[in-house]
Write a protein that binds this ligand. Structure first.
Ligand code: FES
Ligand code: MG
Length: 596
């Protein structure tokens, strides 16, 4: 072997003290044609965690890319071993793919730890596949590199770009307003997904793939390459070569995923206009690798960063444009120019992020703006708290002038808003009643939805993006502010307060809100409060507890029940709480016991 590291796969394939077990392990991995020489010659065994399948169309191209990964691994002297992961597809999985992130995490930890793997290529893409893989790599802490599948090509309809995920909001409004029919609706939405790959907008997928690169966990310049481009195949090959080098250098996730790396990623998230799902996922990864990171860090480090990337839904362009404009390195270079990146953070290639990105240039300033000519100032998140929740996030940059006019509570204070609320218990209740005139929803109404968090839904659904009643849309009111204990699709752009923790199902203040109440949002103070007296609130709380707490639908599967029993809240990553104490287990727990 060229390096000096002790390969953990030797405990399976070459344990001189235990020939019986070595023989048992060896013969089964030889049975599809691997040779004894390959398994016993101290060559790194590299797993390829395959997230693509027919059930996971966003990541399905990884089945093709894995061939090039294998060639890269081989050319660098390693032995590739590909295996499937629990499928996750953001739009297809019911009740929500949010439920599967932790399940996929859990099963991947078991695979990475329990099999003879010296390192792993994590094939990422669709929203939850990325955090699931990174969380598992953080827990196990064997050398790991992520390979993005890349975004789809740009979607087009009648000469205009149609972005996956974002077009559905517009099409839904057009359908509600009677501008298109059902067939036209489907066609318009489908136009946004013209090729293999993940969502071409700055939704959660592009966000998480970009942040993976910003964290240093994938090759520089790799996140934005569209899935069908030849560069993507080349990247797969180089990723395969890189992981073998990482194993030999013993470069592990804990070397890369430092607090500095997370702060870099928070800043990049603001600059790219990243999804409100990002804090949940990054906080989860941080907890599994044992790095202190809180929801408040998102406001402290991210809030004041301007929006530089002009991608839908905040802007105009899509994935191909992002790549041509320079992708993540161009954004990072722009932030480096302002002293906003910890340049010394290590990345998978053994170089620092500063060395990787410092000289990257913006190739198209319409798509990636200069720091001094941004799309929006202060594009990050605000963290709110009060009697409604202990923490929730709001993208204050999407607050429009019309929102300010309609909800301003005090003419002398431009940062305080107030509105009457209408409350829904879950999306079924919302769909059944949104168009009911008895609710008296007008342009000054705030919509509240609860029962949609990690426990209540379960998994935390992306349902906080509620459209106004059809009658209001016809009158030109496209959006109303939404408040909820669920998530919002990264591709939606309405002014909303999301990820409220604790959720109603965990006894959070949202459980006590009633239709007709007023809520006040004070951005200067970082507060959101229900405007009822403390006595009234205490009475409501007592009645709520006497009734046995918040009612949510019964679990339908074993995993739903298990997740509900052990999941945490959004502000701390919605992780499986008992899993957090298992950190860096490849080092701290040694090698698992023999199987026979
Ligand atoms: Fe899979 Fe958007 S739905 S990437
Ligand atoms: Mg989503």
């Amino acid at each position: 072997m060229r390096g000096k590291v002790a390969l953990r796969s030797r405990a399976w394939f070459n344990d001189m003290a235990n020939p019986d077990m070595t023989a048992l392990y060896i013969e089964r991995y030889m049975n599809f044609g691997l040779t004894l020489e390959e398994l016993q010659s101290d060559r790194p065994i590299v797993g390829i965690a395959q997230t693509g399948s027919d059930l996971s169309p966003c990541n399905r191209h990884h089945i093709v890319l894995a061939e090039r990964v294998r060639e890269g691994v081989r050319d660098a002297g390693g032995i590739p071993i590909e295996f499937t992961t629990h499928p996750i597809q953001e739009t297809g999985k019911r009740p929500t793919a949010g439920l599967d992130r932790n399940l996929s995490y859990l099963s991947l930890v078991e695979v990475l730890y329990g099999y003879p793997l010296d390192g792993v290529v994590l094939t990422i893409g669709c929203d939850k596949t990325t955090p699931a893989c990174l969380m598992a790599a953080a827990t196990v802490n064997i050398p790991a590199i992520a390979l993005s599948v890349g975004p789809m090509l740009n979607g087009w309809h009648k000469g205009e770009r149609t972005g996956s995920g974002t077009i559905v909001w517009k099409a839904r409004q057009m359908l509600a307003a009677g501008e298109i029919d059902y067939q036209g609706f489907i066609k318009l939405v489908a136009s946004s997904a013209p090729s293999t790959g993940y969502c071409n907008t700055m939704g959660t997928a592009t966000t998480m793939n970009s942040l993976t690169e910003a964290l240093g966990m994938s090759l520089p310049g790799s996140a934005a390459i569209p899935a069908p481009y030849r560069d993507r195949q080349e990247c797969a090959y180089l990723t395969g070569k890189q992981i073998v080098e990482m194993v030999l250098a013993d470069r592990k996730p804990s070397d890369i995923l430092t607090r500095e790396a997370f702060i870099n990623a928070i800043r990049v998230n603001s600059a790219i206009g990243g999804s409100t799902n990002a804090p949940i996922h990054l906080n989860a990864i941080a907890r599994h690798v044992g790095v202190e990171l809180s929801v408040d860090d998102w406001q402290a480090f991210g809030h004041d960063i301007p929006l530089l990337v002009n991608l839908q839904p905040a802007g105009e362009y899509l994935g191909e444009d992002y790549y041509r404009a320079g992708g993540v390195p161009a954004v990072v270079a722009e932030l480096i120019g302002q002293g906003l990146i910890h340049e010394g953070a290590l990345t998978v290639n053994g170089r620092t992020i500063g060395d990787n990105c410092r000289d990257a240039g913006i190739e198209d300033e319409k798509v990636i703006r200069r720091f001094d000519a941004p799309l929006k100032p202060a594009a990050g998140l605000s963290v709110l708290r009060g009697n409604l929740f202990e923490a929730a996030v709001m993208k204050t940059s999407v607050i429009s002038d019309t929102f300010r006019e309609r909800f301003l509570s005090d003419p002398d204070d431009p940062e305080a808003f107030e509105g009457r609320v209408v409350v829904f218990d879950g999306p079924e209740d919302y769909h059944a009643r949104i168009d009911d005139p008895a609710l008296k929803i007008d342009e000054r109404t705030m919509l509240v939805i609860r029962g949609t968090g990690p426990i209540g839904y379960p998994g935390g659904a992306e349902v906080v993006n509620m459209r106004p009643p059809a009658a209001l849309i016809r009158a030109g009111i496209d959006t109303l502010p939404c408040i909820g204990d669920g998530r919002q699709s990264g591709t939606s752009g309405s002014p909303s307060i999301l990820n409220a923790a604790p959720e109603a199902a965990a006894g959070g203040g949202l459980a006590l809100v009633r239709t007709g109440d007023r809520i006040r949002i004070d951005l200067r103070r970082g507060e959101a409060n229900l405007l009822v007296s403390d006595e009234e609130l205490a009475e409501r709380r007592a009645a709520f507890e006497a009734e046995g707490g918040y009612r949510y639908p019964a679990s339908q599967t074993p995993w739903q029940e298990i997740q509900r029993g052990i999941v945490g809240q959004f502000d701390t990553g919605a992780v499986l709480e008992p899993a957090v104490k298992y950190q860096r287990i490849a080092q701290t727990r040694g090698i698992p016991r023999d199987s026979h």
